[in-house]
Design a protein around this ligand. Structure first.
Ligand code: NAP
Length: 298
């Protein structure tokens, strides 16, 4: 048994961000355009606040115009839709995202579908989902997490995954389903598993590429993994661990890393794998939106 290659999402994200910063500066000098990203957050969920702060910080580091709308927990749907409408009509804004989850009294689908498809940098609008699932990627915004996973997979295996089996565990609209579409587009043979799947371990063991997006700490065990497989761990789970006699809160993925690293060919760590890539892809989508808007104007 040998240790797997560690896929360093943090380093890759830093490379992508540097290229985005350069390209953003060029867009400004050549077209007078500064990419604009607006983040809307409802309520004070501490995890969401951290995510939003990181996105704002990264947008500013890339030279973007960055705005944040923080709305009260009890904001009405009409008020939220009105903020989105204003942003849809604001020429300085190229990307809009509403940080999920939103409180239960708001209808998530109505809210995500209210964002203009041309500014939908999260890739959740039905138009963008339709383009992705039909393989029409030229003008599609792809959801950031699977887009980031795909770049890391390409680094390991190349762009053409012909003949390779991919197994995606999880079928959410945000990760599992778009991940499956991207793998299919790259010619992998794709199996999507979920909570009703039988023989999950056996199916995972067929995977040359295994993507875990479940939300259950360390669920995927070492003996589920085909030797040499590329393992992408999307899960972010908070677990309590006893360290030096003290209980401490730590992040863990959906894959049992200590076991998997002995079997896989390459694996993403948690943290430092998929997470940083997600934010980098959000910046990439925003830059792309700004470039498309500049192209429409010229
Ligand atoms: P989600 O919407 O809760 O979906 C979870 C999926 O896992 C569902 O399809 C569910 O099946 C499936 N599942 C649950 N228990 C299972 C089991 N025992 N066996 C097989 N499948 C099971 O979650 P998500 O939004 O996709 O996120 C998944 C994880 O990724 C979470 O830990 C989340 O925090 C993390 N995440 C990370 C990033 C990042 O940037 N790194 C971004 C997004 C999400 P059913 O459909 O049958 O219920």
């Amino acid at each position: 048994m040998t240790n797997a290659t560690l896929i360093d999402g943090k380093a890759k994200a830093a490379e992508i961000s540097a290229a985005i910063t350069e390209s953003s500066a060029q867009l400004l000098s050549e077209h007078g355009v500064i990419p604009g990203l607006a983040v809307v957050i409802v309520g004070g969920d501490p995890a969401s606040q951290i995510y939003v702060r990181n996105k704002k910080r990264m947008a500013e580091a890339c030279g973007f115009h960055s705005v944040q709308h923080t709305l009260a927990e009890d904001v009405s749907q009409e008020q939220l839709l009105s903020v989105i409408d204003d942003l849809n009509n604001d020429a300085a804004i190229n990307g809009i995202l509403v940080q999920l989850p939103i409180p239960d009294h708001l209808d998530e689908q109505t809210v995500t579908q209210a964002i203009s498809p041309q500014k939908d940098v999260d890739g959740f609008h039905f138009q963008n989902i339709g383009k992705l699932t039909s393989g029409n990627m030229d003008t599609a915004f792809v959801p950031c997490t699977p887009a980031g996973c795909m770049l890391m997979i390409e680094d390991q295996l190349g762009k053409d995954l012909s003949g390779l089996n991919a197994v995606v565990v999880g079928r959410s609209n945000i990760v599992g389903k778009p991940m499956a579409s991207l793998l299919l587009k790259a010619n992998a043979t794709v199996t999507v598993c979920h909570s009703r799947t039988k023989n999950l371990a056996e199916l995972c063991h067929t995977a040359d590429i295994l993507v875990a997006a479940v939300g259950r700490a360390k669920m995927v065990k070492g003996d589920w993994i085909k030797p040499g497989a590329v393992v992408i761990d999307v899960g972010i789970n908070r677990v309590q661990l006893e360290i030096d006699g003290e209980m401490k809160s730590k992040l863990a993925g959906d894959v049992d890393f200590d076991e998997a690293v002995l079997v896989a060919g390459a694996i993403t760590p948690v943290p430092g794998g998929v997470g940083p890539m997600t934010i980098a892809m959000l910046m990439a989508n925003t830059l792309r939106s700004a470039k498309m808007a500049a192209g429409r104007k010229s």
